[in-house]
Design a protein around this ligand. Sequence first.
Ligand code: AQP
Length: 343
Amino acid sequence: MAEAGHTARVFSGIQPSGGLTLGNYLGALKRFVETQDTGGMETIYCIVDMHAITVWQDPDKLTRATRELAAGFIASGIDPRKSVLFNQSQVAAHAQMAWVFNCVARLGWMQRMTQFKDKAGKNSENVSLGLFAYPALMAADILVYHATHVPVGEDQKQHVELTRDIAAKFNNDFGVDFFPLTEPVIEGAATRVMSLRDGTKKMSKSDPSDMSRINLTDDADTIAKKIRKAKTDPEPLPENLGGLEGRPEARNLVNIYAALAETTPEQVIAEHGGQQFGTFKPSLADLAVARLEPISSEMSRLMEDPAEIDRILREGAGRAEAIAAPILRRTYEIVGMVGAGSH
Ligand code: AQP
């Protein structure tokens, strides 16, 4: 069948639900750039504004955060000529495919999603229907491009697995081999960057404490202060990796160092094992500033010309639309919708 044998294609997205954090950078953006430059695959990167509105977003802030995220992508090394870069709401096929997947996904599957449980907390009667349906929209984002690989942080693994379940159920229900079973790509030393205030909690842009995260827009002094004040235990760094067991804050700082230095946690321990945090933290701060400062100043420069950012996103949306349209049309045809195809 012509539908089998999918060519390798990468899709991933980030929500414009606030400023970018070091977690987004190391877990996602930095790896998006590596995939673009070395993967030999078509790369599609999306600012998922429709996901962002599953929780309340002030409209002016959403507009700004979308442009700032686009600037963050470009400043980190995403080249809009090499990768397709756009914001989700400009390509209607995402929402159209999501409706089909809302009708494929089972309520029980969605109820098992840990991110929904975490975000809804005790308030689950009062959150938006969109927050519950979020993973079906994410499956649509991926599958409307027949993406085969999705680079993500550890926290998104369950959603990519759900995407595979939706693809498999669709293929099975309709007796086709149409949607690929997408692979999550979770690699590197920092697949889960933790909060600087609590080594058991993910670093997140929506954490109420700004001291818990490093923002890509933080200046050098702020980065150094946040690392200096990061929670740690009183012991020095261990002499081997096993010594990080049960020390989540120490492990987090070692992982961050390794990811920023493009080395391994083993290597960081080989070089810094036995050091007190009073010595290690300033080295980490210098490294973080050296890596992040060029990105943050390029972001500020790009933000001076929002019209150019909008033009880049519009052009990217046109290219995305051209890939998605035939896949959506064929999906409608498989489902039996009149007007979609030849019957
Ligand atoms: N702490 C993290 N460590 C590693 N990767 C991370 N990612 C997010 N936080 C970390 C990865 O960044 C990509 C985009 O995430 P997102 O913004 O779409 O949603 P999120 O995972 O919900 O990120 P936040 O920062 O926690 O946002 P809020 O606070 O709005 O919910 C994904 O690939 C994610 O894995």
